[in-house]
Design a protein around this ligand. Structure first.
Ligand SMILES: Nc1ncnc2c1ncn2[C@@H]1O[C@H](COP(=O)(O)OP(=O)(O)OP(=O)(O)O)[C@@H](O)[C@H]1O
Ligand SMILES: C[C@@](O)(CCOP(=O)(O)O)CC(=O)O
Length: 390
């Protein structure tokens, strides 16, 4: 039977950079924009042995990835190898898909005998908001709005994934989470994994954090994966040491380490995810504008962290003050739709243009002069990227 699972994107309202440190928290909202993943079995003729999983993202060009998989010796988990497939085009890699596949199959194989991991086809479909929409009418992608709200249509973006302009709503975290949830639901019996149960969500969270960090090549704060699993929340990160010695898929003992991290028998995961401290007041909406340009999170984070260690006392005072303001903001949003005031962010001190002066002027002007706007912010890592208004 086919399996479908989806996960939401995120918007980081408050606590950018602070969330990298467990002493502070972030206020993150889950969005209506979701990534959907569908898994179906591939029928093979009787007697034919095939260990192949085909992943496709039909909204993009050259977006089919064929993988062979096999159990590695010495409890090395499931090794995944990209195959040429039917297309003669040069192989394009999708590191998030490949890593999530290898981690999910490794966890599944730690529970099921590997011959029960049958060949499958996985289809990824993303809602429009993850990618900037072209402004010129001749470039408009092919989409037809569904007249019946129970049937959904997905846009054909008609470009390669590498040429799509992402809007920064956490497509990779939503993808990895929905993909992992869909594979676990498809292959595991419900007594081992149930998506709707608290223990199932813990398994999904821990496994998706592990594979998302591995694909990113760094142990980030994980707010985007947490939001993909739990939705809107106040988030305190996990200690990076939890994921630091997993090693590579295929290395001896990898499967045992993944199982231990996912099931967490010694309760090492110290993430704090509170659903209570975060909500949107009735009658208010979060509106974002996409300016179709990017900024580089790792280099901005590196500079902010360098500034924190070069000036620990001043940066601690500033971060403590920001944390208090963010807690007040979360409390205000949870209790009353009263007008909010705008607080300027850590701008000049670290030398990182988190909120450039032009943006401060724009946000102040919007807050003061536009009717119905209760507050305006630059989001997440900041820079020129995204603004939001209430
Ligand atoms: N529709 C999709 N189909 C297949 N892979 C996708 C899809 N959308 C995103 N991805 C994967 O996620 C990667 C983009 O992840 P990245 O972390 O750079 O962006 P993001 O998560 O959208 O943005 P941000 O981290 O700024 O919020 C792509 O390179 C691809 O590997
Ligand atoms: C700067 C940082 O704190 C937030 C980045 O948020 P966003 O991807 O810009 O929404 C980095 C992180 O937490 O991973």
């Amino acid at each position: 039977m086919p399996t479908a699972v989806s996960a939401p994107g995120k918007v980081f309202l408050a606590g950018g950079y602070l969330v990298l440190d467990r002493a502070y928290t972030a206020l993150v909202f889950g969005l209506s924009a979701r990534v959907h993943v569908l898994v179906t079995d591939i029928d093979t003729s009787s007697g034919v042995q095939l260990s192949e999983i085909v992943v496709q993202s039909p909204q993009f060009r050259d977006a089919t990835w064929n993988y062979g998989y096999h159990l590695a010796p010495e409890s090395g988990g499931v090794d995944v190898t990209q195959l040429q497939g039917a297309s003669s085009a040069a192989l394009s890699k999708n590191l998030f898909v490949e890593t999530a596949l290898s981690y999910a199959l490794t966890y599944i194989s730690s529970i099921l005998p590997s011959h029960l991991i049958k060949p499958a086809r996985v289809t990824i479909l993303a809602d429009n908001d993850y990618y900037s929409q072209p402004s010129s009418s001749q470039d408009v992608p092919r989409s037809t709005p569904a007249s019946d709200p129970t049937t959904k249509t997905f846009t054909d973006f008609n470009v390669r994934l590498t040429d799509a302009h992402k809007t920064g709503l956490g497509s990779s975290a939503a993808l990895v989470t929905a993909f992992t949830g869909a594979l676990l639901t498809h292959y595991l019996p419900s007594k081992a994994f149930e998506l709707s149960s608290p223990s199932g969500q813990t398994i999904l969270h821990n496994l998706s954090q592990a594979s998302h960090c591995a694909a990113q090549g760094k142990i980030g704060s994980g707010f985007d994966v947490a939001t993909a699993v739990y939705g809107t929340c106040v988030y305190r990160r996990f200690s990076p040491s939890i994921l630091s010695s997993l090693g590579e898929p295929g290395s001896p003992g990898f499967s045992l380490r993944v199982k231990d991290v996912v099931e967490d028998p010694s309760q090492k995961w110290d993430t704090d995810i509170s659903k209570h401290g975060a909500s949107i007041p009735p009658g208010m909406a979060l509106v974002m504008c996409d300016v179709d340009c990017g900024s580089h999170t790792p280099s901005m984070v590196k500079k902010v962290l360098a500034w924190r260690s070069s000036d620990p006392s001043v940066s601690k005072t500033l971060f403590d003050t920001l944390q208090k303001s963010n807690e007040r903001l979360a409390a205000l949003l949870s209790t009353t739709p009263a007008p909010l005031c705008r607080s300027s962010r850590a701008r000049a001190r670290s030398g990182v243009p988190i909120e450039p002066r032009e943006q401060t002027e724009l946000l102040d002007a919007v807050t003061k002069s536009v009717d119905g706007v209760a507050g305006a912010w630059s989001l997440g890592r900041g820079a020129m990227m995204r603004l939001c208004c209430w």
